[in-house]
Write a protein that binds this ligand. Structure first.
Ligand code: FAD
Length: 521
């Protein structure tokens, strides 16, 4: 029987970050992972039909990774990670051949917005300016520490003018914010898409500050050289350097609880691995509290919370991946050559009114007219394809329950990929002769590969239903501690939520170290 100080379930980036911090503090920690590879959503796969073509099948655009505290603390560059931050960070290609652009330099972004609407450009600048101190003083710090109880947070914010401003703006929904502040339909659509739709339900009050905060944040989209999995390899190297073990192809069947404390896991093969000080789960609440704990150990109230836990209706993604002879060459680049180096490219979106249609389709389980976004990583990093060749992808938000049943995706997948390629080729006509081959991945494929992303929700839990901050995933488990002593949460179902931020793992490390009377090394 093996024994460790602690065991972490699932080896996504949050788990590996937690494991590294605890290893640095002198603990011997094991991570158990059901797949053959660690990293979870940090996944880069080689196309088996075309060696050398690499595809990032989950997370690709990573926001401001190089500014994250763990990136420096864990010395990830020494362990091999390298990031690229293209200057033309995002371009929305409108159907009339223009482009709305977000640059790493805000002055250039304002210039691009001014070509659509002068007043909107001035409004953008004003909000960006006003929110810089709010982001610095409140929003960034609160994402990097265990969340405060809501009443305490409100009282803290009410003490300053900037805090009160944040409370006022966040009382709106993103849709209300944009409708009140901006005029041009493409500007509104672009702001909602880039700064909102990908994370939160645009209709929900409480997120009105999101757009201004993202404009003001230093967090631009970055990509990892060699593919997203290269960050996972750097994290694994950091885990090993701190004495940690990672066991792949190991699925826990149950969390072992003795005398009311979590003391290990039993694998699906019947092996018991003991943990002297803690067990942490990076999985979703259903997996942790229903699948892995005996029913008798989970009080009725917690079971009810888990049953009510909601996944994002609008988060599931459909992906089209291409192996290419040359990069997509956008028609709009003949007028604006900067577009040849655009990082994230959005197509099919002209008007914020399209969002209502997208939501309606998601609710009905049908496919809306295509709005898609993606990149050609090999423009910036030639290591992700054979010499002279390129790999590219587009994502689209599509319902998990297609026509009421996720299994419908298996038959519908490739036909939908062909529709996306049609739109892509309208904007980049050279794709007509450039495609060597393609493949698609549906929201169901995402859940099959990473079952913690239930219903294809890549954020592992909606930001609605009061599932934010102190109440994420639900009241009583919102500070990474659960109702069972020595059992913790550390994945995207905890504050501040999904995407590659590493902050749930980083914050869980602070809580566990505090409970164990240890300090981060
Ligand atoms: C198509 C797609 C595109 C995305 N694009 C982006 C993007 O551009 N930018 C961004 O920031 N984020 C993106 N994301 C989201 C991002 O990948 C996730 O939010 C992030 O990976 C969550 O990290 P995590 O550490 O919480 O969990 P995960 O990365 O999901 O890791 C969880 C780990 O637990 C393992 N596991 C699951 N069940 C069990 C079990 N029963 N026993 C043991 N192990 C288990 C999984 O195999 C996995 O390794 C995307 C996701 C998808 C699907």
């Amino acid at each position: 029987m093996s024994s460790y100080d602690g065991i972490i379930i699932g080896a996504g980036h949050n788990a590996l970050i937690l494991q590294s911090y605890l290893g640095k503090a002198g603990l011997k920690v094991l991570c158990v992972e059901r797949r053959h590879v660690a990293g979870g959503g940090l996944s880069t796969v080689e196309d088996p039909r075309h060696p050398g073509f690499l595809h990032n099948t989950h997370a690709f655009f990573q926001r401001a990774i190089t500014t994250m505290p763990w990136y420096a603390d864990l010395e990830l560059e020494r362990h091999g990670a390298r990031y690229i931050e293209p200057e033309l960070n995002v371009a929305l290609l409108t159907s009339d051949g223009r482009s709305l652009e977000w640059w790493t330099d805000i002055a250039k972004t304002v210039e691009s917005f001014a070509q659509f609407n002068q007043r909107d450009a001035a409004t953008l600048k004003r909000w960006q300016h006003e929110f810089v101190p709010i982001v610095q003083e409140f929003l960034t710090p609160e994402s990097r520490r265990p969340p405060l109880p809501p009443a305490e947070r409100r009282a803290m914010l009410e003490r300053s003018a900037a805090g009160r401003r944040l409370l006022d703006v966040s009382a709106l929904s993103p849709l209300e914010f944009v409708d009140t502040e901006f005029e041009h339909p493409a500007v509104k659509a672009g702001l909602l898409f880039f700064n909102g739709l990908r994370e939160v339900d645009l209709r929900v009050k409480g997120f009105g500050h999101h757009i201004a905060a993202l404009l003001a944040s230093p967090a631009k989209a970055q990509m990892c050289r060699g593919g997203s999995a290269a960050l996972a390899r750097a994290l694994e190297a950091s885990v090993r350097a701190t004495g940690g073990d990672i066991r792949l192809l190991t699925e826990p069947a149950r969390i072992v609880v003795e005398n009311g404390r979590a003391v290990g896991v039993e694998t699906s093969e019947g092996e018991v691995i003991r943990a002297r000080q803690f067990v942490a789960s990076s999985l979703n609440p259903t997996q942790t509290f229903v699948d892995l704990l005996d029913e008798a150990l989970v009080p009725r109230e917690i079971r009810d919370h888990v049953a009510r836990f909601q996944y994002n209706l609008l988060a599931p993604l459909f992906a089209l991946h291409l192996n290419l002879r040359e990069p997509p060459r956008y028609a709009a680049a003949t007028q604006n050559p900067a577009l040849d180096k655009a990082f994230m490219v959005i197509m099919g979106l002209d008007d914020s009114a399209q969002f209502h249609d997208i939501v309606r389709h998601h609710e009905a389980g049908t496919i809306p007219p295509t709005v898609m976004w993606g990149a050609c990583p090999t423009i910036f990093d030639s290591t992700q394809a054979p010499a002279g060749m390129h790999a590219a992808f587009m994502w689209e938000k599509l319902p998990y329950r297609l026509n009421g049943d996720p299994a419908s995706w298996d038959a519908a997948r490739d036909a939908h990929g062909a529709e996306m390629l049609k739109l892509w080729t309208q904007h980049a006509p050279n794709l007509e002769g450039a495609v060597i081959s393609s493949f698609t991945r549906s929201p169901l494929d995402v859940e099959r590969e990473l079952p913690n992303m239930r219903e294809g929700d890549l954020l592992v839990g909606a930001f609605t239903n009061d599932q934010v901050g102190f109440n994420r995933p639900f009241p009583g488990a919102g500070q990474y501690r659960t109702h069972i002593p020595q059992l913790y949460l550390c994945g995207s179902s905890s504050h501040p939520g999904g995407n590659v931020t590493g902050l749930p793992g980083y914050n869980a490390a602070q809580v566990i170290l505090t409970d164990l009377g240890l300090r981060a090394a």
